[in-house]
Design a protein around this ligand. Structure first.
Ligand SMILES: O=C(O)C1=C[C@@H](OP(=O)(O)O)[C@@H](O)[C@H](O)C1
Ligand SMILES: C=C(OP(=O)(O)O)C(=O)O
Length: 425
């Protein structure tokens, strides 16, 4: 699908969609519990992959738009009777690799072309130290993965610089084993807020994880725990909201986004960044309402260590701002659905913006965007960010637009309701 974007202003009120990260965790932890109702889940291509995988492990899931009723496997996932296909979802692959380690048989996990190029070796290495046989069929750390269950606790270590999803996955599986686990983090722990989201959900399910901060972060995971998630309401998604808020900021529009309550999501930082760049922004935390009005933006420095998913949005804000923006500490942004540093550098350059790409940085000099034919890289965040850029430039066509299905299926409809001049073909 292609999206054609003309210069647009957007105005009005919109609800942020439910959080993808919270939905993945709620489904997985509910599937390992006995019985749970999840209210307002995100139903998107990625969370549907998690639903399918949990069903393959023996959970039964009844779904409507408004809720999921999950009958879980009470800590004992079955051996799936087919390969698990996670489609495009990294979170699903990493979480289900760890769930596979809890079975008493062999699971094979694979996904689409993008997923089969994303790294998992640090997770496989730790699982092998925890009594599991886990390997990549091609020996390169990428899916297809094979996991023979038998997870036990141990004292071990993992590299924190590639993906926090490895840590979240282990935090979900290890409490259900018969020996405790201590997991130390080697190097800088990237995307830390996502691990905090995992712990928040585990605690809602009655689990206990101890965290030792210090030069080395340590997670101490007591054994023989059970999950008892009974009822959970998914909060709004700040990463998805970033496109709505940035869309208003770059087009000089006024937009109100609801369903944005304080949360452990790191991407809540978008509010701070917009403020720093000069947008007029207010956040009524009690009522979960963010209101933004576009104003001439100016460049900033942004550390992407904790919030990689904001990078495409901030790259577009930078392109529309006066002066230079440095997006730094961003190497891990290359290991997503696509290499997002490279993709954004290339596409913004096509729109006439000067972008310098370093191994872990983008240096973007704001300027006048012009319309262009752009590649969406089959990546939801690239497509949504470039749509915002197109609303400034006009005459912009972006391919692979269907990929918004991954996290924000009604993105274009919501934008059109706000007045964006968009056509799909
Ligand atoms: O755990 C999660 O829900 C996620 C963690 C982050 O990945 P990394 O930890 O690989 O950076 C983020 O980019 C992804 O969109 C969702
Ligand atoms: C990287 C993302 O998700 P995942 O890792 O689950 O594919 C994302 O949503 O931007």
């Amino acid at each position: 699908m292609k999206v054609s974007v003309s210069t647009s202003k957007i105005n009005g009120e919109v609800f942020a969609p439910p959080s993808k990260s919270y939905t993945h965790r709620a489904i997985t932890i509910a599937a390992l519990s006995e019985e749970c109702v999840i209210h307002r889940p995100l139903l998107s291509a990625d969370t549907l992959a998690t639903i399918r995988a949990c069903e393959a492990f023996g959970a039964s899931i009844d779904k409507t738009e408004e809720k999921l009723h999950i009958t879980g496997v009470n800590s004992k996932p079955f051996v799936p009777n087919d390969v698990i296909d996670v489609a495009n979802s990294g979170t699903t692959l990493r979480f289900m690799t760890a769930v596979s380690a809890l079975t008493n048989g062999v699971t094979v996990l694979t996904g689409d072309g993008s997923i089969r190029n994303r790294p998992n070796q640090p997770l496989l290495d730790v699982l092998n130290k925890l009594g599991v046989e886990a390997y990549s069929t091609r020996g390169n750390g990428c899916a297809p993965l094979v996991v023979r269950g038998g997870l036990k606790g141990a004292i071990t270590m993992i590299d924190g610089s590639i993906s926090s999803q490895f840590i979240s996955a282990l935090l979900i599986a290890c409490p259900l084993t018969t020996q405790s686990t201590t997991l130390s983090i080697k190097g800088e722990m990237k995307s830390r807020p996502y691990v905090d989201v995992t712990i928040e959900l585990l605690e809602s399910a009655g689990a206990e994880i101890l965290v030792e901060e210090g030069n080395t972060i340590k997670f101490i995971i007591p054994a023989n725990q059970k999950y008892n998630l009974k009822e959970y309401t998914v909060p709004g998604d700040f990463s998805s909201a970033s496109y709505l808020l940035a869309g208003a900021a770059v087009t000089g529009s006024t937009v109100t986004v609801k369903n944005l309550f304080p949360s452990k999501q790191g991407d809540v930082d978008i509010i701070d960044v917009l403020e720093r760049m000069g947008a007029e922004i207010t956040w009524d935390k009690e009522n979960g309402i963010v209101k933004v009005a576009g104003n001439g933006l100016k460049g900033t420095t942004f550390d992407a260590g904790a919030t990689p998913d904001l990078v495409p949005t901030i790259a577009v804000l930078a392109a529309c701002a006066e002066g230079v923006t440095v997006i730094e500490n961003a190497e891990h942004v290359r290991y997503k659905e696509t290499d997002r540093l490279h993709a954004m550098a290339l596409e913004l350059t096509k729109m006439g913006i000067s972008v310098k790409e370093e191994p872990d940085q983008l240096i973007i000099t704001g300027g006048e965007l012009h319309g262009a034919e752009l590649h969406g890289w089959h990546d939801h965040r690239i497509v949504m960010a470039l749509t915002i850029a197109g609303m400034v430039a006009g005459d912009t066509i972006i391919d692979t637009a269907e990929s918004v299905e991954i996290s924000f299926p009604n993105f274009f409809e919501e934008m059109m309701k706000l007045g964006a001049q968009i056509t799909l073909s």
